[in-house]
Design a protein around this ligand. Sequence first.
Ligand code: NAD
Ligand code: UDP
Length: 335
Amino acid sequence: LREKIRELELSFTQKYPPVKFLSEKDRKRILITGGAGFVGSHLTDKLMMDGHEVTVVDNFFTGRKRNVEHWIGHENFELINHDVVEPLYIEVDQIYHLASPASPPNYMYNPIKTLKTNTIGTLNMLGLAKRVGARLLLASTSEVYGDPEVHPQNEDYWGHVNPIGPRACYDEGKRVAETMCYAYMKQEGVEVRVARIFNTFGSRMHMNDGRVVSNFILQALQGEPLTVFLFLPSDLVNGLVSLMNNNISSPVNLGNPEEHTILEFAQLIKSLVVSRSHIQFLPEAQDDPQRRRPDIRKAKMLLGWEPVVPLEEGLNKTIQYFSRELEHQANNQYV
Ligand code: NAD
Ligand code: UDP
């Protein structure tokens, strides 16, 4: 009853989204690096609403305060402006390590910084995990499979990555980050979880993110004969939390196995936006993966997880978010 009263009291303040009351023994201190970014801010919402104490660490390279501003001032929430390339000394129980630029234009903007973030940044977070005995979940990527020679990709596939190509700073950075996780697990007994995330889209995604959905929605329509698999932050966030709290330390693919060609996708977005844009075909970018599709049998079997949000519903929400953002930008230009 006391818990219910506390929950009611908190919901009366109205200032924040509703937060569950968790007893001290169930409440965890959780660090989310990159928590002001697209995925991190949705994860912040879930863990805050579940009643945990959340510390977001972000250097605001692609993330924004706006993504988490609705929690600022809440007693369970803390936002730290910090670059993970520098050591960090705090006390936590779990670390979701998401800090890294995620889209090609962003990670290619400063390849050395991308490498530092994924290598030194991950080393620092593993060092932190080791010191405080926290479990660390690494947000890895389908890019570790490179331009894959097998289709679909399961977790046993070693990948096909060009180590000196334009995407290498990210692909190889994440591959080293995975290597570091398992080295810290073997040598130091750090508990690690590795999620290999496939393309995700949704609200709070950076407008100039440069990935397929934002490009299409922003009328920069371009079709390529490659395929993508997209899923939504709520599905992804549930997968990440489930993986963190399970006992599977080997890598797990999290993605949507429903396959679409880029052209189909462009056409679908064009019809949902009711846009007059025409679809333009441009030369393909170097080392761009031709086709990717996650084999998610492992996540299904071991976590009981699979994406559930229908594609069109997610697209419509994202389109709404982007149009509001465009309006917001236009209004702010004249202030
Ligand atoms: P995002 O760019 O929105 O978020 C990344 C966050 O990390 C940003 O808030 C950014 O400011 C922060 N950051 C970057 N470098 C940092 C540093 N040195 N120190 C502290 N903070 C730093 O991208 P996202 O889509 O939310 O991706 C989150 C994670 O998930 C990334 O690690 C990415 O590699 C991984 N991932 C995402 C996708 C996807 O489709 N969104 C797919 C595969 C993997
Ligand atoms: N580190 C950190 N926070 C901590 C503990 C360590 O940022 O709470 C950093 C530390 O600066 C080091 C890295 O993590 O650069 C690796 O730490 P570890 O203890 O594994 O290695 P060592 O410091 O012994 O080389």
